[in-house]
Write a protein that binds this ligand. Structure first.
Ligand code: NDP
Length: 294
């Protein structure tokens, strides 16, 4: 049986339309539009591209974006000063510091400088701390993990009592995704580079989320028949037969796994668009919080 393919772009497009309508309504009511500040340090081409994509999407739904591109050698003090200023700028409702930062910068200290109510990436230690606790609610949920859960909901995954396996334990994807799955009452196993018998652990999963950054690592014989598989991975691989000379693939071997899984999100075209839609949702929510705080 071939898997149901989860169209992340279609879901994200619906979310963007809803946001656009809400922003238009805010502006019609003489409220200021939501504003997102992006802080990019250095010239990492992938980071530059992510920030451009985020800014373009903002414009399309009526969210104002303010871009700050700093040279790679910017000091800790200068980055923190900028983030603090943005923290008290009323036009800026959300602050996004594009990660990773150059090695000489202390990421945690920079993220700590973002006021909680502008932490639209959900990476502030207090927001993450709340995510780890039962009965507590972060102001913002990290965008990629939120996108993973939304895609699973879209295809009717049963969470209650399900065996969920998350491949990867990073702060921005693996760990918060596992926490969200626990909140949904799944029984969660988190795997990483030291996990023994990965295929065996994965085969037990009713829900399998792959976020390791290893091209096409998950094969059909790692997957329980009928499982819900979400591929977060986004890996550039050489493709000499193409015009560009490269292509993007996920952490899941799509052609192999689609014959076994019950539902499968492709990469590209699955979680990626959901991450940006989540960022727009969080920025809108930040503007609403700012309005409530007046
Ligand atoms: P990180 O490199 O921060 O984390 C990777 C995780 O995978 C680590 O926990 C690591 O283990 C684990 N890992 C690495 N290799 C193996 C292996 N061979 N077996 C088992 N576990 C392994 O990556 P991110 O979480 O930031 O990103 C993961 C993937 O998701 C990447 O492809 C990235 O491009 C993509 N991504 C996609 C997004 C989207 O919007 N679609 C957004 C963010 C990321 P350990 O902790 O032991 O080192």
């Amino acid at each position: 049986m071939a898997a149901k393919i989860i169209d992340g772009e279609a879901v994200a497009s619906r979310i963007r339309e809803e946001i656009k309508a809400t922003v238009a309504e805010m502006v019609a009511n003489n409220q200021s539009p939501p504003g997102l500040a992006t802080v990019l340090v250095g010239e990492n081409p992938a980071s530059q591209q992510y920030v451009r994509m985020k800014q373009n999407r903002c414009k399309k739904v009526g969210i104002q974006s303010f871009g700050y591109n700093l040279p790679a050698e910017t000091s800790q003090e200068e980055v923190e000063k900028l983030v603090s200023e943005l923290g008290s700028d009323p036009k800026v409702h959300g602050i996004l510091v594009q990660l990773p930062l150059p090695d000489h910068l202390d990421e945690e200290a920079v993220l700590n400088t973002i006021p909680l109510h502008k932490d639209i990436d959900g990476f502030h230690p207090v927001n993450i701390g709340r995510l780890t606790m039962k009965g507590r609610k972060p102001l913002f949920i990290p965008c990629t993990p939120a996108g993973v859960i939304r895609l699973l909901e879209e295809v009717g995954a049963e969470f209650d009592g399900a065996e969920a396996v998350v491949l990867g334990r990073s702060n921005i994807v693996g760990m918060p995704t596992a926490l969200l799955l626990i909140h949904k009452n799944a029984t969660v196993t988190i795997c990483h580079s030291r996990t023994k018998d990965l295929p065996g652990v994965c085969r037990k999963a009713d829900i399998l989320v792959a976020a390791v950054g290893r091209p096409q690592m998950v094969k059909a014989d790692w997957v329980k028949p009928g499982a819900f598989v979400i591929d977060v991975g986004s890996n550039r691989v050489d493709a000499p037969d193409t015009e560009k000379g490269y292509r993007w693939v996920g952490d899941v071997d799509f052609d192999d796994v689609k014959e076994v899984a019950g539902a499968l999100s492709p990469s590209p075209g699955g979680v990626g668009p959901m991450t940006i839609a989540g960022l727009l949702q969080n920025t809108l929510r930040a503007a609403q919080i700012a309005d409530e705080m007046k």
